[in-house]
Structure formats: C-alpha cells, structure tokens
Design a binder for this molecule. Structure first.
Ligand SMILES: [Zn+2]
Length: 376
C-alpha cells in the first residue's frame, strides 16, 4: 500500500466481508480473506469468524448499541479490525467520534441519540427528532428510514398515513388501513417477505398505498413518483378490492407490489417480461395463502386461451409458480403470453415489447422462491 493512494480495504457481501491483507514487504501481493458474521435479531454482529471457522471477534452490546468493554470477549490471537457492529452498521473512525453510519444519519451509541435530525421527524411529533428507534432499541431497527405508508382519510376529511410494520395488528380506526395491513401481512407470510423487506426497509424511498382508483383503470395500479422521474411511488388499490381478504384482492396487491419492486430495482420500461414477473409473484404468493387458509382459488392468471399458445403458456407459467424462476420457463411464458394468456384475451398488453432490456435477468430469482421450494 503506497501512502496517499486509495486501496481496497474490504468489501461487504451478504453475511460478512472480504478483507484485503497487504504484506508491507510485498505491497503488490494482496491476499483476500473472508470474514463471516453471526448476527442477532437486530442485525448486530455478535461473532466474526474466518474461512477456517476460527472465531476472530466477539461483541456484546448495551441496548442502545454501545459495545461491552469486557476482557472475556477479546480474542487474543486476532486483530480487532471489523468495524461493522451494532445493527450491522459501520463505525466511523473520522474524528475519533466512533459514530455509526446509518446511511443518511450518524448515530452515537454512547448516548443512544442521532447526530442529526430525522428527515421524517414530522411524523413523530410526540417523540424527539433525535431519538433512536422511538427509544425501543431492543425491538426496532432503523435500517435506512425506508417506508411503506398506508394512506387514509380522517373523519374531518384530512389525509392521514401510517407506517406499515411487518406483523402489525390490524386495529386501526380506519377500515382501509386494516385491510391493507392484513393483505401485506398475508403476502409477507406467503413468500413476499424479501419483497416487503426491500420496499419497507432496503431502500430510502417511500412507497404509498392509497384507496384510490388506479390511474389507468383496472383493479390495481402502480406509478413511479413524479411521472417515473424520481424514486418511490404509489400503489392504488381500492377498499372494495381488498376488504374481504379474497384471492383477487391479495393477488392484485401482490402484483402491484412487484411492479413497485421492479421500479425500485430499475427494471426499465413496461414489457411482457415485467408483467410475467408480476403475475408469477402475485399468483404464487396468493396460492400459498389460499392453501394455508383453505380458501378458494380462482383467477384467470394461470390459464391459457383455447389455442396452442395457451397450452404452452399455461404449462410454462405453472413451472415458474411451482419451481420458481428458470430461464427456459420464463422464456416460454413470455413468448406465448400475448397470443396465449387468458389475462390478455382482450389484447390489453398487445402493444408492449416482450422485453424491457435485452437479455434481462429476472429479479424473480431473488424475490420469489416457488411453491415447491418454499420452506414451511
Ligand atoms: Zn401489471
């Protein structure tokens, strides 16, 4: 490592980081070490071990994130170089302040307070704008300030909104809010967990769910903010569609949530490809719900028209729903969709290109497992 020249120190992956080790005598020779993290329910890194399975660091924390200064936790053979700690956030060495970097705010675990004002502070007038996780750090994490908001009308005609949290009780005074909570909880439990965690915690963008007619008609719609010019967006599904926890209502909500995910992940313009992804996710999660609750299944999504394309569509679509993404099944579903899918029997999607991008990789692979592969 030459002084003053930036060099890679480490890079994170899903459950740890790759650390570059330099030998000062041979600076051009780098060694890449793997470090794996064991985290608790708050994402805090408790144990770090290397590729040989040897423990190289142990951490305990006070409730608000200060590290225990406990000699019993020190691993004598290993240098303490992992800075990803409480909530999995990185400790900043700048200025010796030891703040944790939460993406858009710095947090001081010594005093359990933010170093800046919450950009969403006006939603929490009753709590201080500097307070961390509403003073309940054992239960809540504040990953990025990412959000799914449910909108409703107050009795006086003003608009209100509440933040959706996974598993929250549907005990709001507004019926629409409760219907959305129930729908999202059911989608979460039936294969939509990764998607909801992404929209509700893996991004800094807001997603709003509103009791309004979709802009382009139909039963549900998603539109990106500011005419798709800025991140985040709005899902419009009306109360009548979701009030009774029916197959149709859940499927429509799940379908539109997937369009929100596609927008968040930059999948590009509308296409048959994107519709197939949304139909597979929407139908698959709803079938899982119907099986687990003994509810009726009816939807024309998986059905093919009465022609040769219809048969090919139906078979390939079921492959995706049951076994999850495969390139072949995706290709066959897309190729037969316009002429064979019952959901296109009136030509609704006829003006869409088959693909938004050449050779697009499907995000279904990461966000929908397939009914046969889902762990119960
Ligand atoms: Zn759609």
């Amino acid at each position: 490592m030459t002084a003053g020249v930036p060099a890679l120190e480490s890079t994170g992956f899903g459950s740890g980081r790759i650390v570059v080790k330099y030998n000062p005598e041979y600076p051009e020779k780098k060694v890449y070490d793997r470090q794996y993290f064991i985290t608790d329910h708050l994402g805090s890194v408790r144990v770090v071990f290397d590729q040989s399975g040897e423990v190289i660091a142990r951490n305990d924390y006070y409730p608000f994130g200060k590290q225990h200064d406990n000699p019993a936790l020190i691993v004598p053979t290993a240098p303490e170089d992992n800075r990803f700690l409480f909530n999995g956030k990185e400790k900043q060495l700048t200025g010796g302040l030891n703040l944790l970097d939460y993406g858009w705010r710095m947090y001081d675990p010594e005093v359990g307070r933010w170093f800046g004002v919450d950009k969403l502070a006006e939603n929490y007038y009753s709590v201080s704008p500097y307070v961390f996780t509403m003073n309940n750090p054992v239960f809540f994490v504040d990953p990025n300030g990412l959000l799914i908001w449910i909108h409703f009308m107050n009795a006086d005609g003003t608009e209100g909104k509440i933040l959706y949290e996974v598993g929250m009780e549907a005990d709001h005074e507004d019926d629409y809010v409760n219907a959305v909570i129930n729908t999202l909880n059911n989608i979460y439990l039936n294969g939509g967990d990764k998607l909801i965690e992404m929209l509700g915690g893996g991004t800094e963008n807001n997603f709003d769910i509103k009791n309004e007619a979709p802009l382009k008609g139909g039963d549900g719609g998603f539109s990106g903010n500011n005419g798709y010019q800025s991140p985040g967006g709005t899902i419009r599904v009306q109360y009548s569609t979701i009030k009774s926890m029916s197959f149709t209502g859940i499927e429509i909500m799940a379908h539109e949530l997937f369009h929100a995910l596609q927008y968040e992940l930059g999948e590009g313009k509308s296409s048959v490809f994107k519709e197939v992804e949304a139909y597979v996710f929407g139908y698959g999660t709803t079938v899982s719900w119907a099986i687990s609750t003994g509810s009726d299944m009816f939807s024309k999504t998986p059905m093919g028209q009465e022609n040769e394309f219809g048969k090919a569509y139906e078979s390939a679509f079921w492959d995706l729903v049951l076994d999850g993404y495969s390139q072949d099944a995706m290709h066959n579903t897309i190729q037969n969709f316009l002429q064979g899918a019952s959901v296109n029997d009136r030509g609704t999607y006829n003006n869409r290109p088959l693909y938004s991008k050449p050779d697009a990789n499907s995000i279904l692979d990461s966000y929908y497992t397939g009914l046969n592969k889902r762990k119960k």
